[in-house]
Design a protein around this ligand. Sequence first.
Ligand SMILES: NC(=O)c1ccc[n+]([C@@H]2O[C@H](COP(=O)([O-])OP(=O)(O)OC[C@H]3O[C@@H](n4cnc5c(N)ncnc54)[C@H](OP(=O)(O)O)[C@@H]3O)[C@@H](O)[C@H]2O)c1
Length: 367
Amino acid sequence: MGSKEEEEEVVESREWVLSSYSPQGLPTSDHLKIRKVSLMIGDNVIPDHHVALKLLKLSVDPYLRLIIIGRQDGLYLPQVELNKVVKTFGVGRVVRSKDPGYRRGDIVVHPFLGVVILFPFFEVADYCVIPANSLRKVDPTAGISSSDYLSSLGLPGFTAWVGMQHIGNPKAGENVFVSAAAGAVGMYAGQLAKLKGCRVVGSTGTDDKVKFLKEDLGFDDAFNYKKETDFDVALSKYFPNGIDIYFDNVGGKMLEAVLNHVNRHARIPLCGMISQYNQVWNDREGVRNLLNAIGKEVRLEGFLAGSHLHRFQDFTTEMEGYIKQGKIKSKYQIYNGIESFLESLTSLFSSSNVGKVIIQVSKDEEP
Ligand SMILES: NC(=O)c1ccc[n+]([C@@H]2O[C@H](COP(=O)([O-])OP(=O)(O)OC[C@H]3O[C@@H](n4cnc5c(N)ncnc54)[C@H](OP(=O)(O)O)[C@@H]3O)[C@@H](O)[C@H]2O)c1
């Protein structure tokens, strides 16, 4: 049952709006501001085929940085309009419904299936009113935690699966390198390659995370890139037989170093370049040795998870199987309250997080 306030026509909510674009450096409270609003959720106010949601959890992902740059820089993501609420993926509970498919108390997540373009709809807020066709109901008794829908079964897991399985195409015995390996996408990319019988090494930014990769996730090896003064030397040490797949989450100097260690016909799924997101494009690092990709006939392939939605059902079936068999593990970094949005977003650009960053907006009745 909803709380008393949800029986009312109006709920007090807080929401994060973009007040100015942030082209360079970390976004601050000059760019993103939290504001209080009184949200009308009466039956006579909510449009037909819409529902009012109380947000329970919200996903914090690096693409949020890329949609507040305010200039295109060749980027693929549409920018948030000024003074509009930022949106992300999430888990919510229906508090009012003007759609026959939903009723109060239903737990819902963002959809993947049935939509052509992967695009988030949940506002970074305590409550929001959204179209019912942008939701998917989940079964709270299915043995899947609500965090899984934002992590292993959400954007990070799907991205890792597309990049590793369909672009990396790992074969038993191959040498696989994953950067930002203790983050949301990286932890799944590495585990999926292990399940295919590969030797997997990850890089990350703290010694504790190195330990996490080796002891908790079963990586064959891992290193703290912040302690390496020369990535070339490090990669020679960790990959004496060269690299067959590099799952690139960071770009920049690491990508350049990897190109000096690739084997013939290596694959490099270009998933993200987080080391470059806070720079304007002409200040970003270039890769000087792309010539190696010709000589070694390397395939570097950028990809967007959203372009592979036709594979989402296959992914879900496979990933749910792994989760239930205990073959894929997850770790979450939970921030409390909607007020933590800016802090949690900027944390992605330090090494302070392990696993998937999630905001616990409300603890009410989560599955
Ligand atoms: N192509 C797609 O469809 C798609 C979809 C989702 C995500 N992505 C991309 O996948 C990558 C990982 O995303 P995620 O959600 O899993 O984030 P995440 O790894 O959970 O968080 C980001 C991590 O990146 C590392 N990092 C931050 N700044 C860095 C720097 N300057 N150099 C090296 N590492 C740095 C930090 O870990 P450590 O420094 O401790 O390693 C940080 O924890 C991002 O590049 C993201 O944009 C792509």
